[in-house]
Design a protein around this ligand. Structure first.
Ligand code: ATP
Ligand code: MG
Length: 231
Protein backbone atom coordinates (compact mmCIF):
# COMPACT_ATOMS: atom_id res chain seq x y z
CA UNK A 1 0.00 0.00 0.00
CA UNK A 2 1.15 3.49 -0.81
CA UNK A 3 -0.69 6.81 -1.09
CA UNK A 4 0.27 9.85 -3.13
CA UNK A 5 -1.79 13.02 -2.79
CA UNK A 6 -0.81 15.61 -5.37
CA UNK A 7 -2.14 19.19 -5.38
CA UNK A 8 -5.47 18.20 -3.90
CA UNK A 9 -8.07 21.00 -3.86
CA UNK A 10 -11.67 21.00 -2.78
CA UNK A 11 -14.07 23.88 -3.32
CA UNK A 12 -17.67 23.96 -2.19
CA UNK A 13 -20.28 25.84 -4.16
CA UNK A 14 -22.90 27.39 -1.92
CA UNK A 15 -26.04 27.28 -4.04
CA UNK A 16 -28.07 29.23 -1.52
CA UNK A 17 -25.57 32.10 -1.63
CA UNK A 18 -25.36 32.98 -5.32
CA UNK A 19 -23.08 29.99 -5.91
CA UNK A 20 -20.35 31.59 -3.84
CA UNK A 21 -17.34 29.28 -3.56
CA UNK A 22 -15.45 28.26 -0.46
CA UNK A 23 -11.97 26.85 -0.89
CA UNK A 24 -11.84 24.25 1.85
CA UNK A 25 -8.54 22.70 0.71
CA UNK A 26 -5.98 24.24 -1.66
CA UNK A 27 -3.02 22.47 -3.27
CA UNK A 28 -2.30 19.89 -0.61
CA UNK A 29 0.41 17.34 -1.44
CA UNK A 30 1.96 14.51 0.56
CA UNK A 31 2.86 10.87 0.18
CA UNK A 32 2.74 7.95 2.57
CA UNK A 33 4.36 4.56 2.62
CA UNK A 34 3.01 1.45 4.28
CA UNK A 35 3.02 1.73 8.07
CA UNK A 36 3.59 5.47 8.19
CA UNK A 37 1.62 7.77 10.49
CA UNK A 38 0.66 11.22 9.21
CA UNK A 39 -0.80 13.85 11.53
CA UNK A 40 -2.79 16.71 10.01
CA UNK A 41 -2.69 19.83 12.13
CA UNK A 42 -4.23 23.25 11.65
CA UNK A 43 -6.91 25.54 13.08
CA UNK A 44 -10.63 24.83 12.98
CA UNK A 45 -11.94 25.28 9.45
CA UNK A 46 -8.53 24.80 7.78
CA UNK A 47 -9.75 21.74 5.85
CA UNK A 48 -8.47 18.80 7.92
CA UNK A 49 -11.67 16.77 7.80
CA UNK A 50 -12.23 17.69 4.16
CA UNK A 51 -8.90 16.07 3.20
CA UNK A 52 -9.90 12.81 4.91
CA UNK A 53 -13.32 12.92 3.27
CA UNK A 54 -11.74 13.42 -0.17
CA UNK A 55 -9.51 10.38 0.39
CA UNK A 56 -12.50 8.33 1.59
CA UNK A 57 -14.37 9.85 -1.37
CA UNK A 58 -17.25 11.12 0.75
CA UNK A 59 -16.37 14.30 -1.17
CA UNK A 60 -15.27 14.36 -4.78
CA UNK A 61 -12.04 16.39 -5.06
CA UNK A 62 -12.24 19.50 -7.26
CA UNK A 63 -8.62 19.26 -8.44
CA UNK A 64 -5.50 17.19 -7.99
CA UNK A 65 -4.80 13.51 -7.70
CA UNK A 66 -5.15 10.94 -4.96
CA UNK A 67 -3.31 7.82 -6.03
CA UNK A 68 -3.91 4.73 -3.94
CA UNK A 69 -1.58 1.80 -4.58
CA UNK A 70 -3.52 -1.30 -3.62
CA UNK A 71 -2.15 -4.49 -2.06
CA UNK A 72 -2.27 -6.16 -5.48
CA UNK A 73 -0.18 -3.17 -6.74
CA UNK A 74 -3.03 -1.88 -8.89
CA UNK A 75 -3.15 1.92 -8.78
CA UNK A 76 -6.47 3.66 -8.27
CA UNK A 77 -6.89 7.41 -8.72
CA UNK A 78 -9.54 8.31 -6.18
CA UNK A 79 -10.31 11.49 -8.05
CA UNK A 80 -11.99 9.55 -10.83
CA UNK A 81 -12.55 6.05 -9.39
CA UNK A 82 -16.04 4.65 -10.01
CA UNK A 83 -18.52 4.23 -7.15
CA UNK A 84 -18.04 0.45 -7.41
CA UNK A 85 -14.29 0.78 -7.05
CA UNK A 86 -14.74 3.06 -4.06
CA UNK A 87 -17.13 0.64 -2.35
CA UNK A 88 -14.67 -2.24 -2.84
CA UNK A 89 -11.82 -0.15 -1.49
CA UNK A 90 -13.83 0.73 1.62
CA UNK A 91 -14.60 -2.92 2.22
CA UNK A 92 -11.01 -4.04 2.46
CA UNK A 93 -8.45 -1.29 2.23
CA UNK A 94 -9.59 2.10 3.54
CA UNK A 95 -11.30 2.62 6.89
CA UNK A 96 -12.70 5.82 8.39
CA UNK A 97 -13.04 6.55 12.09
CA UNK A 98 -15.02 9.65 12.99
CA UNK A 99 -16.09 11.07 16.34
CA UNK A 100 -19.51 9.54 16.00
CA UNK A 101 -20.71 6.00 16.41
CA UNK A 102 -23.20 4.94 13.75
CA UNK A 103 -24.82 1.58 14.42
CA UNK A 104 -28.15 -0.15 14.01
CA UNK A 105 -30.43 -0.06 17.05
CA UNK A 106 -30.83 -3.08 19.34
CA UNK A 107 -27.54 -4.77 18.43
CA UNK A 108 -25.36 -5.69 21.41
CA UNK A 109 -22.03 -3.89 21.75
CA UNK A 110 -20.09 -7.17 21.73
CA UNK A 111 -21.75 -8.24 18.47
CA UNK A 112 -21.00 -4.89 16.85
CA UNK A 113 -17.32 -5.06 17.74
CA UNK A 114 -16.95 -8.77 16.84
CA UNK A 115 -18.67 -8.45 13.44
CA UNK A 116 -15.72 -7.15 11.37
CA UNK A 117 -13.68 -10.18 12.52
CA UNK A 118 -16.49 -12.62 11.75
CA UNK A 119 -16.84 -10.98 8.33
CA UNK A 120 -13.24 -11.85 7.50
CA UNK A 121 -13.71 -15.47 8.52
CA UNK A 122 -12.77 -15.61 12.21
CA UNK A 123 -14.82 -18.11 14.24
CA UNK A 124 -17.66 -16.43 16.14
CA UNK A 125 -16.48 -17.54 19.59
CA UNK A 126 -12.93 -16.31 18.95
CA UNK A 127 -14.14 -13.05 17.47
CA UNK A 128 -16.31 -12.39 20.52
CA UNK A 129 -13.47 -13.21 22.87
CA UNK A 130 -11.20 -10.76 21.08
CA UNK A 131 -13.93 -8.12 21.04
CA UNK A 132 -14.45 -8.56 24.77
CA UNK A 133 -10.75 -8.12 25.47
CA UNK A 134 -10.53 -4.98 23.35
CA UNK A 135 -13.61 -3.47 25.02
CA UNK A 136 -12.24 -4.22 28.48
CA UNK A 137 -8.87 -2.72 27.51
CA UNK A 138 -10.72 0.46 26.53
CA UNK A 139 -12.56 0.47 29.86
CA UNK A 140 -15.99 -0.62 28.65
CA UNK A 141 -17.35 -2.65 31.55
CA UNK A 142 -18.44 -6.25 31.00
CA UNK A 143 -22.02 -5.49 32.08
CA UNK A 144 -22.36 -3.13 29.11
CA UNK A 145 -21.24 -5.63 26.47
CA UNK A 146 -24.66 -7.23 26.04
CA UNK A 147 -26.58 -4.03 25.42
CA UNK A 148 -26.72 -1.62 22.50
CA UNK A 149 -24.18 1.23 22.70
CA UNK A 150 -26.78 3.79 21.59
CA UNK A 151 -27.57 4.71 25.19
CA UNK A 152 -23.89 4.86 26.23
CA UNK A 153 -22.18 8.10 27.25
CA UNK A 154 -20.37 10.09 24.54
CA UNK A 155 -16.98 8.81 25.64
CA UNK A 156 -18.16 5.20 25.84
CA UNK A 157 -19.64 5.46 22.34
CA UNK A 158 -16.35 6.83 21.02
CA UNK A 159 -14.48 3.87 22.47
CA UNK A 160 -16.92 1.37 20.94
CA UNK A 161 -16.53 3.21 17.64
CA UNK A 162 -12.74 2.92 17.79
CA UNK A 163 -12.92 -0.74 18.82
CA UNK A 164 -15.15 -1.73 15.91
CA UNK A 165 -12.94 0.05 13.39
CA UNK A 166 -9.61 -1.32 14.55
CA UNK A 167 -10.43 -4.90 15.52
CA UNK A 168 -9.91 -5.99 11.89
CA UNK A 169 -8.04 -2.95 10.60
CA UNK A 170 -8.09 -1.86 6.98
CA UNK A 171 -4.72 -1.11 5.33
CA UNK A 172 -5.22 2.66 5.51
CA UNK A 173 -7.08 4.23 8.43
CA UNK A 174 -8.44 7.77 8.27
CA UNK A 175 -8.94 8.99 11.81
CA UNK A 176 -10.86 12.21 12.56
CA UNK A 177 -10.61 13.28 16.21
CA UNK A 178 -11.74 9.92 17.55
CA UNK A 179 -10.89 10.75 21.16
CA UNK A 180 -12.50 14.19 21.45
CA UNK A 181 -14.72 13.23 24.44
CA UNK A 182 -12.20 11.05 26.26
CA UNK A 183 -10.20 11.85 29.35
CA UNK A 184 -6.41 12.00 29.30
CA UNK A 185 -5.86 8.42 30.49
CA UNK A 186 -8.24 6.94 27.93
CA UNK A 187 -6.68 9.05 25.19
CA UNK A 188 -3.34 7.51 26.07
CA UNK A 189 -4.82 4.01 25.79
CA UNK A 190 -6.17 4.81 22.34
CA UNK A 191 -2.85 6.25 21.18
CA UNK A 192 -1.20 3.00 22.39
CA UNK A 193 -3.60 1.08 20.16
CA UNK A 194 -2.66 3.21 17.18
CA UNK A 195 0.97 2.57 17.95
CA UNK A 196 0.30 -1.18 17.84
CA UNK A 197 -1.50 -0.79 14.50
CA UNK A 198 1.49 1.05 13.12
CA UNK A 199 3.71 -1.79 14.23
CA UNK A 200 1.43 -4.09 12.20
CA UNK A 201 2.21 -1.94 9.15
CA UNK A 202 -1.19 -0.24 9.05
CA UNK A 203 -0.94 3.23 7.50
CA UNK A 204 -2.72 5.99 9.40
CA UNK A 205 -3.76 9.58 8.65
CA UNK A 206 -5.01 11.22 11.80
CA UNK A 207 -6.40 14.44 13.16
CA UNK A 208 -5.67 14.60 16.89
CA UNK A 209 -5.51 17.72 18.98
CA UNK A 210 -3.16 16.28 21.58
CA UNK A 211 0.17 16.91 19.93
CA UNK A 212 2.13 15.80 22.98
CA UNK A 213 0.46 12.38 22.80
CA UNK A 214 0.89 11.73 19.08
CA UNK A 215 4.29 13.33 18.61
CA UNK A 216 6.06 10.07 19.32
CA UNK A 217 4.14 7.98 16.79
CA UNK A 218 3.94 10.61 14.04
CA UNK A 219 6.26 10.14 11.04
CA UNK A 220 5.04 13.17 9.10
CA UNK A 221 3.09 16.31 9.90
CA UNK A 222 0.86 18.12 7.41
CA UNK A 223 0.32 21.66 8.62
CA UNK A 224 -2.61 23.63 7.23
CA UNK A 225 -3.13 27.38 7.39
CA UNK A 226 -6.19 29.46 8.15
CA UNK A 227 -9.16 29.03 5.90
CA UNK A 228 -9.15 30.99 2.64
CA UNK A 229 -12.26 32.21 0.91
CA UNK A 230 -12.59 32.78 -2.82
CA UNK A 231 -15.24 34.86 -4.57
N1 ATP B 1 -20.13 19.93 2.83
C1 ATP B 1 -19.68 21.18 2.90
N2 ATP B 1 -20.31 22.22 2.28
C2 ATP B 1 -19.84 23.47 2.35
N3 ATP B 1 -18.73 23.83 3.01
C3 ATP B 1 -18.05 22.86 3.63
C4 ATP B 1 -18.48 21.49 3.63
N4 ATP B 1 -17.59 20.75 4.34
C5 ATP B 1 -16.65 21.62 4.77
N5 ATP B 1 -16.93 22.88 4.36
C6 ATP B 1 -16.12 24.09 4.63
O1 ATP B 1 -14.77 23.79 4.40
C7 ATP B 1 -13.93 24.39 5.37
C8 ATP B 1 -13.06 23.33 6.01
O2 ATP B 1 -13.86 22.47 6.80
P1 ATP B 1 -13.29 21.21 7.57
O3 ATP B 1 -14.45 20.54 8.22
O4 ATP B 1 -12.46 20.41 6.64
O5 ATP B 1 -12.35 21.89 8.66
P2 ATP B 1 -11.50 21.24 9.85
O6 ATP B 1 -10.10 21.68 9.70
O7 ATP B 1 -11.78 19.79 9.93
O8 ATP B 1 -12.14 21.99 11.13
P3 ATP B 1 -12.40 21.47 12.65
O9 ATP B 1 -11.07 21.46 13.33
O10 ATP B 1 -13.33 22.49 13.20
O11 ATP B 1 -13.03 20.11 12.54
C9 ATP B 1 -14.86 25.10 6.34
O12 ATP B 1 -14.86 26.46 6.02
C10 ATP B 1 -16.20 24.46 6.09
O13 ATP B 1 -17.24 25.36 6.33
MG1 MG C 1 -12.78 18.55 11.31
Amino acid sequence: MKLIVDKLSKKFKLHLQNSREISAVTDVSFSLKKGEFLSIIGPSGSGKSTILKCIYRTYLPTDGEIKFFKEDSQILNLHNATEDEVIKLRRGEIGYISQFLKVLPRVATLDIVAKPLIDIGVKESEAKEEARELLLYLGIKRELHDISPLTFSGGEQQRVNIAKEIIAPKKLLLVDEPTASLDEERKKLVVQLFKKLKEQNITIISIFHELDLINKITDKFLKLDEEKYAD
